[in-house]
Design a protein around this ligand. Structure first.
Ligand code: PLP
Length: 342
């Protein structure tokens, strides 16, 4: 299988608009928890998760036994795949989407079945996914909002897939939920094959701490837990997450700022004649055609990282949206690059 080789090193000194992190950082309440020096006993003891499962469950509106934590959403995605997919089984993935879906499917010997997003609008391919479900399908992995297209699927579309794929694990990755506000968690009671994942890496600004959450019916959670390390998430990440969910106003304010900056970005792209796909998340996919590669490199030279998406959709790039000042800086540099600057 092809290695996943994202440009991960040396990003710290640049404006990081390439990985959809919260570029402002986490709530000050999280930093307070990190500054309180924990006792030697706290550091020396293996982590415990029951309080976290109860509180994170309450935060999501589900019971403690319907939730597990993982070292990032990455780990819970991997755990679901490990639990349900055997070598040779098929995993349906609408494409393009988050690269780790395919990566983890291949890692267990699964066969990824990529179903393209539909047409120029890149709309959600409900019928195509429904038709792709076959006797070897074991899992369907969907990000909503989707990275990098920014689109979502509706509850109606989700239910159609859950119905057709009644013997498969259907994972809806809501990593960008906070920027959109609509969740499939409400469908968990009705659909025993539904899994919903959330992360603290995006709106919460805690990507470095690595914490993801998975919710499903309790029986499924027991199955997924069987294959997990008992101590995969460290104690400090848990403490920080519990502080973060109490500071709801921090996330609300950040999301408001992102939505304001995103509207400004759309307006500026319109003025510049740059086509883009309206997004429900904190990033926007846009089209620079043959100039894409040069623009991404030139922006990096100017201290701004964005993500070339040409391998997924030719001639496109994805930019993270954070506070307005960052978007303004990105646009100023982009204009410089497109006007023939270095
Ligand atoms: C759809 C999606 N899911 C999950 C992740 C990663 O989340 P985590 O940092 O919790 O592993 C990303 C990051 O880009 C993403 O785009």
């Amino acid at each position: 299988m092809a290695p996943y080789n994202p440009p991960l090193e040396g990003r710290g000194a640049k404006l990081r608009l390439d990985f959809n992190e919260n570029v402002s950082g986490c709530s000050p309440k999280v930093l307070e928890v990190m500054r309180e020096s924990p006792s030697r006993g706290f550091v020396a003891t293996y982590p415990e998760y029951s309080e976290a499962r109860r509180k994170l469950g309450a935060h999501l509106g589900v019971d403690a036994d319907q939730v597990i934590v993982g070292a990032g959403t990455d780990e819970v995605i991997s755990a679901v795949i490990h639990a349900y997919v055997d070598p040779g089984d098929e995993v349906i993935i609408p494409s393009p989407s988050f690269s780790m879906f395919k990566f983890y499917a291949q890692l267990v010997g699964g066969v990824p079945r990529m179903v393209p997003y539909r047409g120029q609008a890149l709309s959600f391919p409900t019928d195509e996914i429904a038709h792709a479900v076959g006797s070897r399908t074991r899992a369907i992995l969907i990000a909503s909002p989707n990275n990098p297209t920014g689109g979502v699927l509706t509850a109606e579309q989700a239910e159609r897939i859950l119905q057709v794929a009644d013997g498969c694990a259907v994972l809806i990755d809501e990593a960008y939920f906070d920027f959109h506000g609509q969740t499939m968690l409400g469908l968990l009671k009705r659909w025993p094959n539904l899994f919903v994942a959330r992360t603290f890496s995006k709106a919460y600004g805690m990507a470095g701490l690595r914490l993801g959450v998975l919710a499903s019916q309790a029986g499924n959670i027991d199955v997924v837990r069987k294959g997990q390390s008992p101590y995969g998430v460290n104690s400090l990440a848990i403490r920080c997450a519990l502080a973060a969910i109490q500071d709801t106003s921090y996330v609300r304010e950040y999301v408001r700022e992102v939505l304001r900056a995103r509207a400004f970005l759309y307006g500026s792209f319109d003025e510049l004649g740059i086509p883009y796909w309206p997004s429900c998340a904190n990033f926007v996919l846009f089209e620079l055609g043959a100039k894409t590669k040069h623009a991404c490199i030139a922006l990096s030279d100017r201290g701004i990282l964005i993500r070339d998406q040409s391998a997924n959709i030719p001639g496109t790039a994805r930019v993270t949206v954070g506070p307005l000042a960052e978007t303004v800086r990105f646009l100023a540099e982009l204009k410089g690059v497109l006007n023939g600057g270095p």
